[in-house]
Design a protein around this ligand. Structure first.
Ligand code: BES
Ligand code: MN
Ligand code: ZN
Length: 499
């Protein structure tokens, strides 16, 4: 979609669709007020008929509005004025976006920028709107022979402002929102692709494709042989029961000063998780194709930063493997040696995510990172603890954790901290190796992170458990692209000077 920011008047702007907000009890937003005055009360008269619901997320088209240059007006319910929450703002925009794409407009001019969430500047509003729109416009119909395309596709959206204030900063915000939205949708597609297509090799190809797409992005793919040389016994153990070779994918976006230590993102890329010999029940097992959504979020975030040419040093690493049961597969009780030298007793082959991640964590020590964030659909226990609204957040550095938590709140892509006390480590003791790969049933998300913490003593580290947030089940089954909004907000706020 082509976005721009302009200073225009609602009554004179020529467009297929004028988008304006109406608050609860039919209170008009400033642009709606102007439109109403110029049209001799057409808007307020329409509202008096009572068909319109002004709660956040409701919409209505109206036509033939007198003295207005626009072909039609989309009224958008905005709820109570001055009480708009971040989630309301996102609901308002995705509702408007859905109407616009399915309607008959090729272009639209929106005054919803007047809707304000207290405490955020106008650039935040514009960026958040662009992300919500891109999110709402996403389709995954690659494998549908009949594709449902709207009659007229919306191609151009103008964020209109009544004043010239902050025009330039809003233009930058549009670019950031679009890049984030593109990254989000790239991640959703990788997540939604079936596991017979999206294999570790497919992910490696995706990285190479991104290298061609974005100048300055350098990718490197380690094969199983390379990993053997490095002693990545934990990662390779997960892959040994699969006919798809594992890949360790490294993407370098080094556009910051040489002296600046990089931010490293590591994604769990299990392209299908059967559980291995500790096999999972059949119920909803198809959803284990989403077990690479952490990896997908790394691809999406790196792509967004590359698209924006951010002047930062960012390294994305994806540990990609398939977890299968077979004659070669690891068995409960097997002991492997990780790249760090620590030995691991694999008591449950379904706790594979931490096995691929631990070797990736050791591998990235070579970059002397400023901070490391791993993103993983790591534990079902996280869904029990937090449900599907917040990602689990743990780590060894409170400053990093707090910045991520704030970024989550500000982007509406929330994360919530769980404790990582030393005491939890006791649950991982093994009679036969240095550590076991599982604890007991108690605090499953925390013991998984405790396992990872054995491999993170050399840097500031945070872990995002996205088991509950990376995809939706049921009739809206599909990847969400989370936590890309959180990660982009974090990067723009903490790693870019004028975010
Ligand atoms: N990928 C799963 C976690 C998962 C399960 C995410 C369901 C989302 C929905 C992970 O590899 C796994 O199987 N974890 C086990 C760990 C257990 C064996 C300690 C789990 O959560 O049951
Ligand atoms: Mn598993
Ligand atoms: Zn898994």
């Amino acid at each position: 979609m082509d976005y721009s920011v302009k200073c225009t008047q609602p009554e004179t702007v020529k467009t297929d669709c004028l988008v304006i907000g109406v608050y609860e009890n039919n209170k008009l937003s400033p642009a709606a007020e102007i439109t109403d005055k110029k049209s001799a009360g057409y808007i307020s008269n329409t509202l008096k008929k009572g068909d319109f619901n002004s709660k956040a997320g409701h919409t209505m088209f109206i036509y033939e509005v007198p003295n207005i240059a626009a072909q039609r007006v989309l009224l958008v319910g905005c709820g109570k004025p001055k009480r708009t929450k971040i989630s309301d703002y996102q609901t308002i925009w995705s509702a408007a976006a859905k109407q616009l794409v399915n309607g008959g407009s090729r272009d639209a001019v929106s005054y919803l920028s007047e809707i304000r969430v207290a405490g955020f500047d106008s650039a935040w509003h514009t960026r958040t709107a662009a992300i919500a729109i891109e999110d709402a416009l996403y389709r995954f119909d690659k494998y549908k022979t009949l594709k449902t395309k709207p009659k007229k596709a919306l191609q151009k959206l103008i964020f209109a402002q009544l004043s010239r204030e902050a025009l330039q900063r809003n233009q930058l915000a549009v670019t950031q929102g679009l890049a984030t939205g593109n990254g989000l949708n790239r991640a959703k597609t990788l997540g939604n692709l079936p596991a017979n297509i999206c294999t570790p090799s497919y992910l490696a190809k995706e990285a190479k494709a991104m290298q061609r797409e974005y100048k300055g992005l350098k990718t490197n793919v380690l094969t199983e042989n390379d990993m053997k040389q490095l002693g990545m016994g934990a990662l390779l153990a997960v892959s040994q029961g699969s006919r798809e070779p594992a890949k360790l994918i490294i993407m370098e976006h080094l556009k910051g000063p040489k002296s600046q230590k990089p931010l490293v993102l590591i994604g769990k890329g299990i392209t299908f998780d059967t559980g291995g010999i500790s096999i999972k029940p059949a119920q909803a097992m198809d959803e284990m194709k989403f077990d690479m959504c952490g990896a997908a979020s790394v691809f999406g975030t790196v792509a967004a930063c590359a698209e924006l040419k951010l002047p930062i040093n960012l390294i994305g690493v994806v540990a990609a493997a398939e977890n299968m049961p077979d004659g070669m597969a690891i068995k409960p009780g097997d002991i492997v040696t990780s790249m760090s030298g620590k030995t691991i007793e694999i008591l449950n082959t379904d706790a594979e995510g931490r096995l691929v991640l631990c070797d990736a964590l050791t591998y990235i020590e070579r970059y002397n990172p400023a901070a490391v964030i791993d993103i993983a659909t790591l534990t079902g226990a996280c869904i029990i603890a937090l449900g599907r609204h917040a990602s689990g957040l743990l780590g060894n550095n409170s400053k990093l954790i707090n910045s991520l938590k704030t970024a989550g709140t500000h982007s509406g892509d929330r994360a919530w901290e769980l404790p990582l006390f030393d005491e939890y480590k006791q649950q991982l003791s093994s009679n036969f190796a240095d550590i076991a790969n599982i604890g007991n049933r108690e605090g499953g998300t925390i013991t998984a992170a405790s396992f990872l913490s054995h491999f993170t003593s050399k840097f500031a580290w945070a872990h995002l458990d996205i088991a509950g947030t990376a995809w939706k089940s049921g009739k809206d089954k599909g990847a969400t692209g989370r936590p890309i909004p959180l990660l982009m907000q974090y990067i723009l706020d903490n790693h870019v000077d004028a975010g």
